[in-house]
Design a protein around this ligand. Structure first.
Ligand SMILES: [Zn+2]
Ligand SMILES: [Zn+2]
Length: 231
């Protein structure tokens, strides 16, 4: 906490210092050296963004076996080292400077692929009880910056959790899916729209898959998944 606070203050008071190495960083929150050293998620599965051992990007065996409910997932970084620490700082210490550079890495990744942008961006919702406890939704914080940079409107109220799902940690894939069935309700205004769902981290993808299913059921034309990191 003290570390996070110190880093935040440093970021606010002495702008041209890299958040990761404390070296000089003229324009950005992290310096170009640290940026180059980030664990960028490439090569990765074209469908689910799972990290692949060797290039090129292609569809992984899991997706060939069973297609996910979303059309494609983009994850900017791998969930390790400085990236994992930043995600945790954001979630548990409200480190919004971490949110900014994580969001910028995602924006950069989306821009680099030079494809049509979705019409709306929906951050993965937290259940009300968790939102009250945490005070903010980290996915929404990330979405605000990414949506702002790419000029894609965000609609945080179009998806909600209809019930609180027990913690997914420790459940196997089948139990995760059972646990999440019917956990989301999506606004009928997504009908015929190209939608991107945004979250901080994609782990097994079961949460995003279930939300994508709800978007499809509500009539979305296409559903992409954008996350800052892939575990
Ligand atoms: Zn640096
Ligand atoms: Zn895949």
């Amino acid at each position: 906490m003290v570390d996070g606070l110190r880093r935040r203050l440093r970021g606010l008071l002495a702008a041209p210092v890299c958040l990761l190495c404390a070296g000089p960083s003229a324009a950005d929150l992290i310096c170009s050296g640290c940026r180059d050293d980030l664990p960028w998620n490439s090569p990765a599965c074209l469908r689910c963004a799972q990290t692949l051992p060797t290039p090129p990007d292609r569809v992984c065996g899991d997706c060939l076996n069973a297609s996910p409910m979303f059309d494609r997932a983009i994850a900017a970084l791998r969930y390790q080292g400085a990236v994992a620490r930043a995600v945790q700082q954001l979630k548990y210490n409200a480190d919004f400077l971490a949110a900014r550079w994580l969001a910028d890495a995602l924006t950069e990744t989306i821009r680099a692929r030079r494809q049509a942008l979705p019409q709306i961006l929906i951050p993965v919702p937290l259940h009300d009880s968790r939102l009250r406890r945490r005070g903010f939704n980290q996915a929404q914080e990330l979405a605000k910056r990414v949506g702002g940079a790419l000029n894609v409107p965000i609609e945080p109220l179009w998806a909600r959790r209809t019930r609180s799902t027990a913690d997914q940690i420790g459940l196997d894939a089948a139990a995760r899916r059972r646990n999440l069935r019917g956990a989301f309700a999506v606004d009928a205004r997504v009908a015929r729209l190209d939608v991107a769902l945004l979250d901080d981290v994609m782990t097994t993808g079961s949460t995003l898959n279930e939300l994508a299913r709800a978007c499809r059921r509500a009539g979305a034309a296409s559903v992409e998944v954008w996350t800052t990191a892939r575990a």
